[in-house]
Design a protein around this ligand. Sequence first.
Ligand SMILES: *Cc1c(COP(=O)(O)O)cnc(C)c1O
Length: 373
Amino acid sequence: MTALRVEIDLGKIQANARYLVRRLGARRISVTGVTKAVCGHPDVAAAMLEGGVTSLADARIANIFRMRTAGITCPISMIRAPLLSEMEDTIQYCDASYNTEMAMILKLGAAAKKLGTSHDVILMVEMGDIREGILPENLTDCAARVIATPGVALKGIAANFACLGNVAPTACDMAMLSRLADQIEGACGPFVELVSGGGSANLQWALGEDSSGRVNNLRLGEAILLGADPATGHPISGLHTDAFALFAEVIETRDKPSAIPPASIAPELGILRLVRNDDLRTRTILAVGQQDTDTSGLTFPSGIMFIGATSDHTVVDTAKSAVHVGSEMKMGMNYSALMRAMSAPDVAKTIHGKQKMNGSSKGGDTRSFLTLV
Ligand SMILES: *Cc1c(COP(=O)(O)O)cnc(C)c1O
């Protein structure tokens, strides 16, 4: 088995998806599973679907292509604005895309017409994240223009939170999104089918007491994959937080001074000074680095402390536990560490819980296990 690997427990991903689909279903909110942090890994996507999500979304066409190639046929939407160079692929592989720029929507419409089809557009509204989005006061006009554009159909509106800014939405924000849907219908006529309230940062609101109004969808990545709320980083009760684990091999473990004395040599005098150093600590080096993951987003077994990392080495303090050279260390990952590890070619992806789908090995040395269940 490859030492440096992410182990993926599909059963836990499926269970997380099922729990969220059930809880949100009771409030008439559908769940779109967001696969960008796993680069559209088809097995992970399939586990989300088995857990009951009705559609998938990703931010890159290559990831969506990977899922389609593996035989995933459910509706998939593009949650990043489609690129000019990818209009045809977006129309071909995605059922809908999230958009904010009229110039691009016109191009999408023209490309869809050329392909003899129509493409669904969801308009992203800026509600405080200050990433992508149409300003609320311009939304109705923009919706009217989409409706008038051949080749595209207005499917809905959406808000985004806690992506760039770490701000979770309030009930007030969500009520405003509902009002915007009403406003578009009042001004332009057609039914706004999808009102997507945001991502995992909205769960606190969505599972709370406030009326969900017209919000009928959330796009969930982090909550399904890691069981965590991105706005706070805290675990969400009822969800597994250990569906993914990173394994790396120990390549050195040794007692070393806890800090290199900064001035054991006094160059101005040309003499060596004696420095007391009885504070030896056990330091362990792992064969994983910044090239493989976001090392600041790793969590280590209890008693082990992160000291630092370079491109290929991660140094931890193991004073309180015996760690042997050649052994493996198991680590937890936050969203950023997971995303980097899943896209790193040197990190193998090992699937537990199900036979692998076609094409799941793209971008890494994937080995698959069959587990008796
Ligand atoms: C990444 C992303 C999501 C999913 O966010 P999570 O916090 O992982 O649930 C939803 N919508 C958009 C537009 C995104 O880019």
